[in-house]
Design a binder for this molecule. Structure first.
Ligand SMILES: *[C@@H]1O[C@H](CO)[C@@H](O)[C@H](O)[C@H]1NC(C)=O
Ligand SMILES: *[C@@H]1O[C@H](CO)[C@@H](O)[C@H](O)[C@H]1NC(C)=O
Ligand SMILES: *[C@@H]1O[C@H](CO)[C@@H](O)[C@H](O)[C@H]1NC(C)=O
Ligand SMILES: *[C@@H]1O[C@H](CO)[C@@H](O)[C@H](O)[C@H]1NC(C)=O
Length: 455
């Protein structure tokens, strides 16, 4: 009788558990097919948020955000590279080419309100396409040239007037954030310069990478005394103050650039020192011991479930940048690989929500779905899960011109004159008019009321 009861209890527990598991994602890290299938499901879910390829829609544009389009295509290019699934290649090319502006990813519709960090993600997506030989469209500019176009427009904005150099966060004076210099803008351009340098061997890019790194190290954006990266610093305080929120992608972008520099300089100690130390801080900060030390966490917002849509993307970038780093700085692979694999397993476990039972939440360290669901959480999960394919691939990656990269160089892309002064004038006038109209709307009723009271 007692035994029977126990059996019954066991049976009930089992069936509840298996009902909970019906739709959960399977991920066997040792089996390429299983990893590929999990990635495919997440890619499919992520793309249900994208409508840019439908009639009447704008290719490459996601609702309410412009920069995330670049991030999404970068993630899809990496997904294609790791899994061989070509399902999204067409939408990727279409969206990226539509948003290319004057070959600089600074398209008129959106450029009045873009920051350097928004633009850089499209440049990094194009660079990724070049390095992985993502298919190119005949009679369109090459992926490499589009990355060069972003580089060329951004180095023109290098600001010697304050803090002895650096890129501002925002581009135009009317934007909040114009007086700040931040880690992702400077680290993003550093990374792009290093990658262009490795791909083309052109000294201009290599020198810029050195310069951006060295300048960053004079500010809290790259504090080499304890190898921490502040998110931002202000020009009013001569770039001595710091916003200290810790974000995965800031570490990822500087680390990735250092990895490319290490590789192209054949392992120079400057870059080895940077990698060893910065990797140490990255591991300690974003792979917390309390979750076993191998699972990535966005520690500045996840614990309170307050990540905004931008922040929900960041883990995906650190995932892919660490993964490519393990291929071009091979001695880091033994430390990086277990973290990629364990985080991928954990992310897949977290992809168990919503009606489909495969919707991804944000807390990879939590066993049950955390109740959140978004394009951004899917994107991060897609990045870490497809990155886990690195263990099954031994092709050289990322490529360069010398190792089979075929994307054509155009060092003059994006070298057209700046649209900036004209734009600023237009907007300032428009803003003033709007301010006046607002004032009138508020003032007129008040004046009428006042007049009425007096009468
Ligand atoms: C848009 O792309 C998706 C893949 O994400 C595809 O399934 C769909 O058929 C495409 N729609 C159009 C109108 O081309
Ligand atoms: C710019 O906006 C127009 C009007 O909405 C649209 O037709 C066009 O596709 C947009 N172009 C880009 C590059 O976003
Ligand atoms: C540079 O990267 C390649 C892989 O693309 C790797 O084979 C080579 O060992 C790396 N160089 C150094 C110095 O680690
Ligand atoms: C290297 O890049 C610079 C800056 O874009 C360009 O002016 C120069 O022509 C390039 N050199 C070669 C050999 O491509």
């Amino acid at each position: 009788m007692v035994r029977c009861k126990q059996l019954l209890a066991a049976f009930v527990t089992l069936s509840i558990a298996s009902r909970g598991m019906v739709n959960a994602m399977e991920l066997n890290i040792g089996d390429a097919k299983s990893v590929r299938n999990a990635a495919r499901t997440v890619a499919y879910n992520m793309m249900t948020y994208y409508h840019g390829n439908e009639s009447g829609q704008i290719p490459g544009k996601l609702p309410g955000t412009w920069w995330e389009g670049g991030a999404m295509f970068m993630t899809l290019i990496q997904y294609w590279h790791w899994t061989g699934d070509t399902s999204y290649n067409e939408v990727t090319s279409q969206g990226m080419l539509w948003q290319r502006g004057k070959d600089d990813f600074f398209p008129k519709n959106d450029s009045s309100f873009l920051g350097n960090d928004d633009q850089i993600f499209w440049g990094l997506a194009a660079m990724t396409a070049a390095e992985l030989n993502f298919p190119e469209e005949k009679s369109y500019p090459s992926w490499l040239s589009l990355a060069q176009g972003v580089f060329n427009t951004q180095v023109r904005r290098w600001d010697m007037a304050t803090c002895g150099g650096g890129l501002r966060w925002q581009i135009f004076p009317y934007q909040a954030g114009y007086t700040m210099k931040n880690a992702i803008s400077n680290g993003g351009l550093f990374q792009l310069a290093a990658r262009l340098g490795r791909y083309t061997k052109n000294e201009t890019y290599i020198n810029w990478a050195e310069k951006i790194w060295d300048w960053s190290a004079t500010t809290p954006l790259l504090k080499t005394s304890d190898w921490t990266i502040a998110d931002s610093t202000g020009i009013e305080a001569d770039c001595k103050d710091h916003g200290d929120m810790q974000w995965t992608y800031n570490y990822g972008t500087y680390l990735s650039g250092a990895a490319y520099m290490y590789n192209l300089t054949n392992g120079h100690t400057k870059w080895k020192t940077a990698i060893d130390n910065c990797l140490g801080t990255t591991f300690r900060t974003f792979f917390p011991d309390q979750f076993g030390g191998q699972i990535m966490s966005e520690v500045s917002c996840e614990p309170w479930m307050i990540c905004d849509r931008n922040q929900d993307c960041f883990k995906g970038f650190l995932s892919s940048w660490l993964t490519f780093m393990s291929t071009i700085v091979p001695y880091t692979a033994p430390a990086i690989m277990p973290k990629i694999q364990q985080s991928a397993i954990a992310a897949a476990r977290q992809c168990s929500g919503g009606p489909s039972g495969t919707q991804c939440g944000r807390r990879w360290h939590q066993n049950e779905w955390d109740g959140s669901a978004s394009l951004e959480a899917d994107m991060s999960a897609l990045s870490i899960i497809s990155s886990a394919m690195v263990g099954f691939r031994d092709k050289p990656h990322p490529l360069t011109h010398e190792t089979g990269g075929t994307s054509k160089s155009n060092p003059n892309a994006g070298a057209h004159e700046d649209i900036r002064p004209q734009q600023v004038r237009d907007i300032t006038l428009g803003d003033q008019a709007a301010a006046w109209i607002l004032t009138l709307i508020v003032l007129v009723p008040w004046l009428s009321l006042f007049a009425w009271l007096i009468v």
